[in-house]
Write a protein that binds this ligand. Sequence first.
Ligand code: SAH
Length: 356
Amino acid sequence: MSLDSVLATRIRQSGPMSVADFMADCLLHPRWGYYVTRDPLGAAGDFTTAPEISQMFGELIGLCLAQTWMDQGRPASFTLAELGPGRGTLMADLLRATSIVPGFLDAAGIALVEASPVLRAAQKRALAGHDVRWLDRADALPDDRPLFVVANEFFDALPIRQFLRDGGGWRERLIGLRDGALCFGLGARAAQPALGHRLDDTQEGDLVEICAAAGPVADALARRIAARGGAALIVDYGDWRSLGDTLQAMRGHRHADILADPGAADLTAHVDFETLATAARAAGAAHSRLTTQGVFLERLGIAARAQALAARLSGPARDEPASAHRRLTHGDEMGNLFKVLGVFPPHAAPPPGLDA
Ligand code: SAH
């Protein structure tokens, strides 16, 4: 048995499946899901993320959250959370950097929202010595205290549906079978009330994506932040409004065929930040302007941090901070593709590095 045959059987029984259902099984099927069966990060894995490139990323995120905590009057007890913490590297760097901020870690209860058992084990190793709670979902986060939370490359892993504009309606991109093999196709034309706002900015033949899971997660964070205080830093690739097919499979640091070997490649889609911002506003929170990762990290002082790190190194290692600085911020690398959205209480200042 393989995930491929499980999906083929299901399609034979119930008909073609949505891209979202396919993505959900490929990533988190209890037996064959990509995140259930492996640690995908790092040189030996399938992709690398900002915290795995450099300690500077988690340090600056941590100091940004700690400054926001100070700006909000240093609440005596708050939740310090991360969604999809990968190997726990960002949180470990964040905790080390913020240990110099008096009172911050004493007031923090650490909570990690993580679906993967393999990555939970890696997080446990990375955060040994810290008191950490693991949760399955964002809506299980405590709602009786402020919430300071970061999500890096979490929302891009949430399942999306894809729709092609056709005539007055939309046809959903579906996954079916041809000669026994998985293949893409299109469902029947139908009205999609959830896509009413996209009739103005799309044309015949355009493809748009909807991530049904994203809004409720943003709502869960924003509701707590609006009611109790705190802030969310959401970092991911994507833009204000999705247009076009952004579904991709990554395997061994290369683009792979999406349907070729379900469960063996990472599947992601660009994040539609408008969906997150709309949910945050509806929950009563404020949000920042969407800011590129490059600008955000420069404003937080990554250049000075890279110089300080280099000054302590010698030999070829001395060049590493500058090269990581470039990878994280340069427009040709991650600097423009990745964006940051801050969520914060109404009437509070946005987190450092972001504009209201
Ligand atoms: N933030 C980390 C890892 C990014 S990979 C980094 O920057 O290195 C995506 C992370 O989200 C992984 O930890 C994965 O297991 C987790 N994840 C994906 N879908 C999830 C879901 N539905 N619920 C909880 N965690 C999820």
